[in-house]
Design a protein around this ligand. Structure first.
Ligand code: AMP
Ligand code: MG
Ligand code: MG
Length: 323
């Protein structure tokens, strides 16, 4: 019997389960101890065994179930047989309980583009800053990011470790503090789930930005925003989580470097709760399959008060960043 659920909601439900498996792979590679680090374009542009395995896991799992999707992932896919252990076939039932927004009910599989960042925050992953890491699956339709899934494999790891040290070996005996990792998901017009929305302190300018890819444009732009505090953390997914959980008021990255797979899923989560993500000029980002991957004109994102930050971007920074 054909499923009564729409293609979009079935895809999101599958991507949720696939992102959870991805999180487990990210943890397993750390537990096994051999990260298999490879340099890509520079010493701050790295790939690990986890980036490679998760890329295969996500892309193969999605394309087996949804063969007509366009899937664009950060890493190159190796040729050859896929280890069946990497395939996830489940779908998260909580997603299927939600209604598909009416404007997306007739979307066909071949109309969707999926942007995959198997591991966002790789530099930080290699340095043991594990809670900076996320797995990002973004879904675009007609060039617009409309659905997104973020798995944060090491969410809650400090409480988890404490509980384990107290002798609780399983989540069943240890209670909710012991749960390691989480999945946040959202669809435009429906909302975002899997976290508690919180606003940053009113009247304070707390800026979150890169810790490993900074340069003069990035720091000039932030200085012009009169920050009360600057948080330098890894990962685009992680920085959007800081915005929706009230830890930062703006994500500012006035530089090329960030790609479509970094922004697609995080943008949806932010937009689904009323925030805004653009390039540094204020242009919406495009996610068609033929678009260039680089977000050449940087990223500016807020949950509230977007206009203040946009108005502070110096002309010198704008003219240096061509979309
Ligand atoms: P960051 O805020 O530095 O963690 O960057 C967010 C995302 O953009 C990560 O996936 C980075 O790998 C990527 N990124 C940003 N700047 C660069 C760069 N200069 N070279 C390579 N990747 C970058
Ligand atoms: Mg990334
Ligand atoms: Mg990555």
């Amino acid at each position: 019997m054909a499923s009564s659920h729409t293609v979009l909601m079935r895809l999101v439900a599958s991507a949720y389960s696939i992102a959870q498996k991805a999180g487990a792979i990210v943890r397993r590679v750390i537990a096994e101890g051999d990260l298999g680090i490879v340099q890509k374009t520079s010493a701050t542009d790295l790939q690990t065994k986890a980036d490679r395995l998760v890329q295969v896991s996500i892309c193969s799992s999605l394309s087996r179930k949804f063969p007509k999707l366009t899937i664009i992932g950060e890493e190159d896919l190796p040729s050859g047989e896929v280890d069946p252990e990497l395939i996830e076939d489940g779908q998260w039932e909580e997603v299927l309980k939600q209604p598909c927004p009416s404007q997306y009910r007739t979307i066909k599989e071949e109309d969707l583009v999926v942007w995959v960042d198997p591991l966002d925050g790789t530099k930080e992953y290699t340095e043991g800053l594990l809670d900076n890491v996320t797995v990002l699956i973004g879904i675009a339709y007609e060039g617009k990011a409309i659905a997104g899934i973020i798995n944060q494999p090491y969410y809650n790891y400090e409480s988890h470790e404490k509980q384990m040290l107290r002798g609780h070996r399983s989540a069943a005996t240890a209670g909710p503090d012991a749960l390691l990792g989480r999945t946040i998901w959202g669809v435009l017009g429906l909302g975002a789930f899997g976290f508690q929305l919180k606003e940053a302190p009113v009247g304070k300018h707390i800026i979150t930005t890169t810790r490993s890819h900074s340069n003069k444009l990035v720091t000039d732009c932030i200085s012009a925003m009169n920050p009360d505090d600057v948080l330098r953390v890894g990962g685009a997914g992680n920085k959007i989580i800081q915005l929706i959980e009230g830890k930062a008021s703006a994500y500012v990255f006035a530089s090329p470097g960030c790609k479509k797979w970094d922004t697609c899923a995080p943008e949806v989560i932010l937009h689904a709760v009323g925030g805004k993500l653009t390039d540094i000029h204020g242009n919406a980002l495009q996610y068609d399959k033929d678009v260039k991957h680089m977000n050449s004109a940087g990223v500016l994102a807020t949950l509230r008060n977007y206009d203040y930050y946009a108005s502070r971007v110096p002309e010198s920074v704008k003219s240096a960043l061509i979309p």
